[in-house]
Design a binder for this molecule. Structure first.
Ligand SMILES: Cc1cc2nc3c(=O)[nH]c(=O)nc-3n(C[C@H](O)[C@H](O)[C@H](O)COP(=O)(O)O)c2cc1C
Length: 246
């Protein structure tokens, strides 16, 4: 089709990196792709923090629950909701910022952070680099806030490992496209059958990878979604001033 769409269609998360550094030129181009992402109300309430120091990356890997690829990748980029930045503008206009205390404020920061992440992912992969998003920076959010020196009105939303690929990951199958694309109205009729089929596909995928511990998509979701897997998000976000009470 075209190169951009090919990059998007071939997306995969990389969890095996070479130690070779990412050049400043590449890193700047990738970050600029994130910076050019749209933001709701043009609020630009997202900041990114580039971490290259080995000790700090090792600490983030530990806080994320022992994800070795965070320490291994030469670059880790934390994507942060930054209502501290917008607050300066709002105060300049003689107003009092409230949006950071609302569900809308958290939602829109999550959406805008996702757009920054997506732009940086595509840019990185177009340069032949590997990436993996890291949601586990919300596993121990207070320690991340401390490590990154985040002031009130900010919160670490998601991260991204970046580096030269040591071992390319295989394409992970997705559920039937009909469970994703709906025409005119929402239609869940095919969901149960598609999930049955996808559970088989995923088991086969793990088998092909030689993973004897592979479980179905349903089992995996059951294990993860039966609980609030990052319970510290709400209290730490509230301590940062992102109260989510409006
Ligand atoms: C917001 C977000 C957070 C994620 N967090 C992690 C993470 O903490 N650690 C990890 O290894 N992978 C993480 N992933 C990667 C997913 O596990 C991966 O995208 C999914 O299994 C599909 O595989 P693929 O990206 O190779 O297609 C995350 C992905 C997204 C979009």
């Amino acid at each position: 089709m075209n190169e951009t769409i090919e990059i998007q269609h071939s997306h995969r998360s990389t969890r095996s990196y070479k130690t070779d550094p990412v050049s400043d030129e590449m890193l700047t181009a990738i970050i600029e792709a994130g910076h050019r992402a749209p933001s709701s109300m043009n609020a630009q309430e997202i900041s990114v923090i580039v971490v290259r120091d080995a000790e700090r990356k090792a600490k983030i890997a530990e806080l994320a629950g022992g994800q070795t690829w965070i320490a291994q990748a030469p670059v880790f980029i934390a994507i942060v909701a930054d209502y501290n930045k917008t607050d300066i503008g709002v105060r300049k206009a003689g107003q009092t910022q409230v949006i950071h205390e609302s569900m809308e404020g958290l939602l829109v920061a999550g959406i805008d952070a996702g757009l920054v992440l997506a732009n940086m992912m595509v840019a990185a992969r177009s340069l032949g680099l590997g990436i993996v998003p890291i949601g586990s920076i919300r596993r121990s959010p207070q320690a991340m806030v401390d490590l990154l020196g985040l002031p009130p009105l900010t919160f670490p939303l998601v991260g991204m490992c970046l580096g030269h690929i040591e071992k390319d990951a295989p394409l992970k199958p997705r559920m039937d496209a009909n469970t994703f694309r709906h025409e005119e109205r929402y239609d869940a009729n095919g969901y149960a059958a598609a999930i049955d089929s996808y559970d088989e596909t995923i088991l086969e995928y793990w088998k092909q990878l030689g993973r004897t511990d592979g479980i179905t998509w349903s089992q995996n979701l059951g294990n993860n979604l039966k609980q609030v897997y990052y319970p510290q998000v709400k209290p730490v976000a509230a301590m940062q001033g992102l109260l989510n009470d409006k």
